[in-house]
Design a protein around this ligand. Structure first.
Ligand code: NDP
Ligand code: GDR
Length: 343
């Protein structure tokens, strides 16, 4: 019997890479699709062949129960979220509903479909659950690098909601014996990254500037430091986490730090341009509370999962610039990819 996986957030960056990876492993894969005519459904259908869909929304408990009951998955990957940190200040309540309460709703759907309660602890036979936790939970960091035991101090409504999702997953594990794990993933990028995130904003701008379609690149805090990896590497870790005997949370990252300034320099160098001729600092793009520095200590994942990343930061930025050069050349403009609101 083929194993069955249900993925929320299927139209996002990680959803498509994870679906590809699971299909390669022989799974049948369903993606949860929200909305009446989600325009991103056709894009992910083009990217990933043999994908099935089921309707549902993390804001709607009944739809999640129906989806889990219909698919009868062996594994559920909860990637659905409002994932852009600045939006979480503008829509704090919605972010909390989707990123926090949405996790509880999915756990409840699994608990009900599996018939789990205190007296009938679930253990390894129940549906296995993966929660997309985030390094944003560390926020104002208490130690560097950050590991599974580092104290959380989130700095945005996004980070606070993710911290709730993290702990409620742990609580369902402890309360009902559910096999639920959180992957505390550091920033990961790819040519499929949304255009509002800084690496993709940079690679798109570099391609457009090189091809004479854009004059400048407006950015906020160039000093912010992140541990950036490749999304294709990180979805392998998500899958590995659900294959372990005991459910445990893991930090996933490269252990390498780079600033936004480094990202800009590498991307412009890829097309033989000097970033200082094009980058403009825009104070409007600086966040109300910034996470200055993040760096992962992923040694538990290396030891217990055998997971290591394959793509380094320079390769990643070059891959994204090359992809956007091809895309911009093909379409001659990519207006529809650019986010509203000047992000
Ligand atoms: P994206 O922003 O690319 O994708 C987000 C997905 O969430 C989309 O498919 C979107 O679908 C879906 N979604 C939004 N609202 C709802 C809702 N109400 N119900 C169901 N689905 C919804 O994110 P990524 O792929 O980059 O990230 C995947 C997950 O990992 C997210 O939870 C993110 O917070 C987390 N994460 C990401 C990291 C990264 O660096 N990429 C690092 C750490 C954690 P729709 O088409 O309907 O809008
Ligand atoms: P982040 O990613 O907030 O870390 O969250 P993002 O790429 O948005 O920002 C990274 C850093 O770059 C700085 N920055 C800018 N960011 C954007 N988007 N646009 C700019 O113009 C700009 N200028 C400077 C930011 O201030 C920040 O310090 C991502 C998301 O995928 C989350 O969902 C995920 O949980 C975390 O990564 C880990």
């Amino acid at each position: 019997m083929r194993r069955r996986a249900l993925i929320t957030g299927i139209t996002g960056q990680d959803g498509s890479y994870l679906a590809e990876h699971l299909l390669e492993q022989g799974y049948q894969v369903w993606g949860l699709i929200r909305g009446q005519a989600n325009p991103r459904k056709s894009r992910v259908s083009r990217l990933v062949k043999d994908l099935s869909f089921v309707d549902g929304d993390l804001l709607d408990q009944g739809s999640l129960i129906s989806a889990v009951d219909m698919v009868q998955p062996d594994e559920v990957y909860n990637l659905g979220a409002i994932s852009f940190v600045p939006l979480s200040w503008q829509q704090a309540e919605l972010t909390t509903e989707v990123n926090g309460m949405g996790v509880l709703r999915m756990l409840e759907a699994i608990r009900l479909v599996c018939g789990l309660d205190k007296s009938r602890a679930g253990g390894n036979d129940t549906i296995r659950f993966y929660q997309a936790s985030s390094s944003e939970m560390f926020g104002m960091v208490a130690e560097t690098p950050q590991r599974e035991t580092t104290i959380f101090h989130p700095r945005s409504p996004y980070g606070v909601a993710k911290t709730y999702g993290h702990f409620i997953t742990k609580n369902y594990r402890e309360s009902f014996g559910m096999y639920g794990v959180s992957g505390i993933l550091f920033n990961h990028e790819s040519p499929r990254r949304g255009a509002e995130f800084v690496t993709r904003k940079i690679s798109l701008a570099v391609a457009q500037i090189k091809l004479g379609l854009q004059k400048e690149l407006r950015l906020g805090n160039l000093d912010a430091v992140r541990d950036w990896g490749f999304a294709g590497d990180y979805v392998r870790a998500m899958h590995l986490m659900l294959q372990q005997e005991e459910p445990t949370d893991y930090v996933i990252g490269t252990g390498r730090m780079h600033s936004v300034r480094d990202a800009v320099r590498i991307a412009f160098e890829a097309v033989d341009l000097d970033w200082r001729d094009y980058v403009v600092i825009d104070p409007e793009l600086v966040r109300p509370a910034e996470v200055e520095t993040l760096c992962a200590d992923a040694s538990r994942a290396k030891l217990e999962l055998g997971w290591t990343p394959n793509v380094d930061f320079t390769e990643l930025m070059n891959m994204m610039v090359e992809s956007d050069l091809r895309e911009v050349t093909r379409t001659n403009q990519i207006e529809e990819l650019l986010p509203a609101g000047g992000w």
